[in-house]
Design a protein around this ligand. Structure first.
Ligand code: FAD
Length: 623
């Protein structure tokens, strides 16, 4: 089945040729799973994504969510898609069978999630948030809370959200003002206003359970005083059925640039002082609990960037192969020369190769992180567990921010490839771009991700996670030093990797010398630097596998590198050969055009230029 959402050949390459996910079955947790099962799941996911969910994408954008009489309705077409999604058990695809899940490795959840996200991200947020909220209850809830809430959420019968943001507490969550008054029996009266709550109200499910961050009366200011409460829209009767309204009022929904099929709500808790919530976990540990959901959501946002960019890229390639405009370069002076598809023009090919490099680089990154999750959860070897968990921790800010920043830029470049038509709503790329933009803002803005990377993640585990990561890259370089076709590209990666290691040391030194503004002010340039090294490493790792396979095909067919006609025919007729050639081309391109930016970034950072702080506020603009 061909689709313009996800390059399934590339997905298969990541799963089986690069990561060997069949090897995960050596861990007891995944012993019962096999390639046949994985492929069957992905095949079903593709069918659901293409046949059922994707047709709702444009409808969701045009119809939007509606708010009337205090209630939100989603675009009508979402109901059937939601029913099928829930029936397929997709919410708990990677959860423990003990909680009703199917127990598949996280990487299979991510692979199917990429398809659903590309098909309609606004739709996918409803079950995605439900899963995240239910997971909190699974980890921190009492048995009673699990039976009351979690079971129904995992089953898709009830929805879920995450309620952090308030008008005066966006990035600064610690400034929140929502209050919880104890009324005994672990219950609290909740009062306050949360804004921008995704899936905050809708008519897909009979109830919605809100994990709400609030401060118990008298608790200290800042994040230390925050606890988390489960607050259902409707109370739950003793027999588990939906009871009375719980005074959770939707004040409004936002009218926004993208993801219009997902409701973004203002929620007023306790307008009539009749909103009851239950404490989840311990008092004062609300941020720690919520971080579980935020980490899951941050990987989900990376998938959002990947999914939008993947779909935008495939549409752009398709359009560029069909759109006739201008003559071939060799004939450009001849007005009678036949018109060629724009994919023939060097500048269009430049855009497409840049997009391909980032889409495939992001896919490799996100799938590798999911694979690390699987190893860390599968292995019983403590050192291995710590190492792979460390990679997940270190790379989560990169996944979230580079996934969203590059995802958006790929979508924007897709609009450019389409030319004027890209700017119209006749083609889907403008929607991908609009839908993608939010990814760099929510779940902790990208600027905050960069600070998290520099201030927390680099030094985490006494710097061992960062050092292990550098070692991992070094291993790939060492085993490819004499790789003829990719020798120069690996040399460039080696130099970029050394620069990354050096910059880690430089920031540590700045910290020791009390020059905190250098790493803080340069957090984003550093994140860019590290992201480029990371993508470069993954793309070259892939290219080394692809190159070997390509050489084997050429040898088998008796085609040598100087046989141009033979090579042209090979890439035309043999899908594997052209796929592998693409992998090698992308890696060479990335090392030639992107990796040199690593050195430039490092040079800029090391100047310790403080213009950003020296410029007075009045000098930014003269009104
Ligand atoms: C469509 C949509 C859906 C959302 N869904 C949810 C949801 O489901 N649940 C939820 O709780 N919230 C949600 N949000 C809220 C979102 O997480 C916040 O908008 C985001 O955290 C930023 O907060 P803010 O808008 O108040 O911006 P601000 O915090 O005012 O930030 C503005 C700018 O200043 C920067 N900045 C602020 N403080 C610092 C600092 N200390 N250091 C460096 N830079 C800083 C930010 O990076 C940003 O660039 C959603 C928002 C939107 C638009």
């Amino acid at each position: 089945m061909a689709n313009l959402l996800v390059d399934m050949r590339d997905q298969q390459f990541n799963l089986y040729e690069m990561l060997d996910i069949e090897g995960l079955s050596k861990y007891p947790k995944y012993a019962e799973y096999s390639k046949d099962l994985y492929d069957a799941v992905i095949n079903e996911a593709e069918k659901l994504a293409v046949n059922v969910i994707e047709p709702t994408n444009e409808i969701g954008d045009k119809e939007e969510c509606q708010f009337s009489d205090g209630k939100v309705t989603v675009p009508k077409a979402f109901h059937e898609a939601y029913k099928k999604y829930v029936e397929g058990g997709w919410i708990t695809i990677s959860d423990d069978p003990e909680v009703g899940g199917q127990g598949f490795p996280a990487i299979i959840g991510i692979s199917s999630g990429e398809l659903f996200s590309a098909a309609n991200f606004a739709f996918n947020m409803y079950p995605g948030l439900t899963h995240g909220a239910a997971k909190l209850i699974e980890i921190y809830g009492t048995e009673e809370q699990k039976r009351t809430y979690m079971d129904k959420m995992y089953a898709g019968q009830w929805g879920g959200t995450m309620c952090l943001t308030e008008p005066g507490a966006g990035t600064d969550v610690g400034a929140l003002r929502t209050i919880a008054k104890p009324i005994g029996d672990g219950k609290f009266k909740i009062s306050g206003t949360k804004i921008f709550i995704s899936a905050g109200d809708h008519d897909l499910t009979e109830n919605i359970v809100h994990p709400v961050l609030a401060r118990i009366e008298g608790a200290p200011a800042g994040t230390k005083g925050i606890s988390i409460f489960m607050v259902p829209k409707y109370r739950v009767n003793d027999d588990g059925s939906v009871g009375d309204f719980n005074d959770v009022n939707t004040g409004n929904i936002e009218h926004k640039m993208g993801i219009k099929g997902n409701s973004t709500c203002t929620l007023n808790f306790g307008d009539k002082d009749d909103c009851v919530g239950e404490l989840l976990g311990e008092e004062g540990k609300g941020m720690r609990v919520m971080f579980n959901m935020m980490n899951e959501a941050r990987l989900g946002v990376g998938v959002q960037g990947l999914a939008h960019s993947s779909a935008a890229y495939l549409h752009a390639v398709n359009y560029a192969s069909e759109r006739l405009q201008g003559a071939d370069l060799a004939n450009f002076r001849n007005p009678d020369a036949p018109k060629v598809p724009i994919i023939n023009h060097p500048d269009v090919r430049r855009m497409l190769l840049w997009m391909k490099a980032h889409v495939e680089g992001l896919r490799a990154l996100i799938y590798w992180i999911a694979y690390c999750v699987d190893i860390s959860e599968g292995t019983e070897d403590e050192a291995e567990k710590e190492k792979y968990h460390g990679f997940v921790e270190l790379l989560t800010p990169i996944c979230k921010s580079w996934g969203s920043d590059m995802g958006f830029r790929v979508c924007e470049t897709a609009v450019q490839v389409y030319g004027g038509y890209g700017y119209t709503s006749e083609y889907p790329v403008d929607q991908y771009m609009r839908d993608c933009k939010i990814a760099s803002i929510y779940e902790g803005t990208n600027g905050i991700q960069a600070l998290d990377l520099v201030a927390r993640k680099l030094g985490q585990n006494k710097g061992a996670n960062f050092i292990n990561f550098i070692t991992e890259i070094t291993k790939t370089i060492e085993s490819n030093k004499s790789n003829g076709a990719l020798k120069d590209a690996f040399a460039e990666l080696d130099s970029a990797k050394n620069t990354l290691a050096e910059m880690g040391g430089f920031f540590a030194q700045c910290g020791k010398e009390g020059k905190f503004l250098v790493p803080v002010g340069n957090a984003m340039p550093f994140l860019e630097l590290m992201s480029n090294v990371t993508l470069g490493w993954l793309l070259l790792w892939q290219a080394s596998i692809a190159n070997e396979k390509l050489e084997a095909i050429k040898k088998d067919k008796g085609i040598t590198d100087d046989d141009w006609a033979g090579l042209v025919e090979l890439y035309k007729d043999n899908k594997d050969a052209s796929y592998y050639q693409g992998k090698v081309a992308v890696a060479k391109y990335f090392s030639a055009y992107i990796l040199p930016h690593v050195e430039a970034n490092a040079k800029a950072i090391k100047k310790e230029d403080m213009s950003i702080m020296e410029i007075s506020e009045n000098a930014f603009a003269t009104y």
